[in-house]
Design a protein around this ligand. Sequence first.
Ligand SMILES: [Fe+2]
Length: 461
Amino acid sequence: MHADARGLALTASSADAVRHYDATVAAYLRFDKTIGDHLKSTLAADSEMPMALVLRGYFFRLFCKRDLESRATKSLEAAAASLAARGGSDGEKGHIAALKAWCAGDFVGAIACWEAILLDQPRDIVALKLAHFGHFYMGDAENMRDSVARALYAWDTDTPGYGFVLGLRAFGLEESGDYESAERVGRHAIEINPQDIGAAHAVAHVMEMQGRARDGVVWIDGLEDAWGHCNNFAYHVWWHRALFLLEQERFDAVLAHYDKKVRVDLTEEYLDICNAASLLWRLEQMGVDVGQRWGELAACAARFKDEHILPFIDAHYMMALAADRRGEEAQTMIESLRAHATLSPESEAQIFGRVGGPLCEALLAYRRGEYGRVVDLLLPLRYAWRRIGGSHAQRDVFTRTLIEAAIRAERLALARALLAERTALKPNDAWTWKSFARVLDGLKDTAGATAARSRAYALLT
Ligand SMILES: [Fe+2]
């Protein structure tokens, strides 16, 4: 029995295999392009190393693509057979149980397994990061924050990966609304490791939530030279930069940034498609012509529209289909989503039915100009859609859609109430004040509209 970089028992045939395994985990923490290369080196050193096979299974599942699921299952079977033959630690058995649950479609069960591992192995950074990912896509901000807090007692500055744990902690703090602590912890993580794009991302979220658009651009521009090693997660952080530009109404800069950074590679990665769709949707809602950019996104969405891995992803596929006027495919997707919600044994199927389905219907109705129906669908969901996962910043596109639909449906009293609420939540958001002014104009509240408009212009100039 060997031990990994943090002292956890690890079944491996040689110290060389352990060294490559540690490099794989380190690359995973850094969102590094070389994750796959390090994993191949690990398996070249020990083709039956249980945790290397488990990692391979996890990585296949993390792509969120149905055609990779069988490869995750094969990795699970190989890992389980290897562990049965060689014996192994409780932590390794826990990881096999987690991957087994995930491969069976029990994402909730997988998260419970990672949390169970952490009770005995708080330094298990793979369990910690995957639990964090799971809580994120369950919309469970409190557990994003607390899962890390429950483990941090076992870490100190000398533990390899400590800074990355702080990065996870920062994002959990941000999503649960403790912006001051999130920024402090996130900045500390970057002091430890300037390459930590995850921590940089957490701080960018703080700036987004606080309406610090100029700070946000400066923050990302000041760090991005350290991200040359990063995989497609960099596109997501550049998406955040685009949001900061959008909030300043620098629309030409947003479109240029979209083409040069956010969507420079026309990948099929789900997060890349979500970033792009969310940005184009917001741009068009603000009256910006996005040209032909929807076409390739809709083509991707059409290929994966019936997969239903996560309702968050489905909502973004629906945006692309609806925006590209692929009404028939969008309708087919809604029907297959309903069937998935009813028939699938997967643990998240109910969320597809209760939240994902009406959300997708609303997005399609929006593009069809059925604004009253959008309001009727979205209004009861606004405190429930966190359950589809994603961040507050990502889900804000649904709030903006609800408000815009209420205005276009001439349900102005409702729009006024929603915007009044939003001015309290996001007092530094120019779009909110401009929309508020627009609604108050419609309600003949001239003084209120003038005051709101001047707040918007003060923020924009
Ligand atoms: Fe983000």
